[in-house]
Ligand binder design. Structure first.
Ligand SMILES: NC(=O)c1ccc[n+]([C@@H]2O[C@H](COP(=O)([O-])OP(=O)(O)OC[C@H]3O[C@@H](n4cnc5c(N)ncnc54)[C@H](O)[C@@H]3O)[C@@H](O)[C@H]2O)c1
Length: 255
């Protein structure tokens, strides 16, 4: 298990799914964690259960990001890890999408991730012992093989990949030991898939079948990859994409 003792983390979208599994995993690996979510009741309950701090946050709210990072630094004295995990779907094809649905999914998934990366800069650069940190942004296999049923979600997740590489290379060129990597989950058994299933019946089984393992990921499997990227195990790893997709993108579509 990666050793995260002495590290302080922020995890967005902590109330369920991959975010909740990540809070559990980072705490188990020794980190102090501040979880945030729009859903205050479930987020608070999860954080209370595992001994993490909680703040309600809409990741698309620019001003709130400064408050969240300040709270982490005030509580923990530093910020080492940021997991930009909060995400939503719009479940609209190009033939159905309106500006409200498009703007919201881009605001949460893409702009929210950018705001988090930007808000973390001063805190990570000011860490005692010198600039250091690990940012993990959550994209999706739909960034590579987009969903015809959700143009906004797919585009936002493709944006997250490019954003992560831009952040990673900027920090490297500044000479800061602050890394930024992308986790690319495939179909994972969480609430977001349940929501998509409501709009597109059969979607869950269809996406499970895209993996040669013919199953959905357990969120804990994704959290394990996030914990590795958050640790000091591989300081040369930045700008990378880590696929957690059960081989879905590795198989020829004919087989
Ligand atoms: N489940 C999958 O199959 C899958 C696949 C690829 C990528 N992902 C990504 O993984 C991430 C986590 O999703 P999940 O699968 O755990 O889904 P989930 O619905 O279980 O969890 C998402 C969490 O984000 C929170 N959230 C939504 N909008 C928010 C906002 N504006 N501000 C703060 N919190 C907000 C929700 O309240 C929820 O707790 C998302 O970015 C999602 O796009 C999921």
């Amino acid at each position: 298990m990666p050793d995260l003792s002495g590290k302080a983390a922020i995890v967005t979208g902590c109330a369920s799914g991959i975010g909740a599994a990540t809070v559990r995993r980072l705490v188990a690996d020794g980190a102090q964690v501040l979880g945030t979510d729009l859903n205050a009741e479930a987020g608070q309950a999860l954080c209370d259960e595992v001994g993490a701090q909680f703040l309600q946050q809409d990741v698309a709210d620019e001003a709130r990001w400064e408050e969240v990072v300040s709270a982490a630094v005030e509580t923990f004295g530093r910020l080492d890890i940021l997991v930009n995990n909060a995400g939503t779907v719009s479940s609209r094809s190009i033939g159905e999408v309106d500006m409200a649905a498009w703007s919201r999914v881009i605001a949460v998934n893409l702009t929210g991730t950018m705001l988090g990366c930007r808000a973390a800069i001063d805190a990570m650069v000011a860490n005692t012992g010198g600039a250091s940190g690990a940012i993990i942004n959550i994209s999706s296999t739909t960034a590579i093989t987009p969903l015809p049923t959700d143009v906004g979600y797919s585009a936002s997740k493709a944006g997250v990949r490019a954003l992560s590489k831009s952040v990673a290379t900027w920090y490297a060129q500044q000479g800061h030991a602050i890394r930024c990597n992308t986790v690319i989950p495939g179909a994972t058994d969480t609430g977001i898939l349940d929501a998509a299933e409501q709009v597109t019946p059969g979607l869950k089984a269809a996406v499970a079948a895209t993996s040669p393992m013919n199953r959905l990921a357990d969120p804990a499997e994704t959290a394990a990859a996030i914990a590795f990227l958050a640790s000091d195990e591989c300081p040369f790893m930045t700008g990378a994409d880590m696929l957690i997709d059960g081989g879905a993108l590795s198989i020829h579509p004919g087989f």
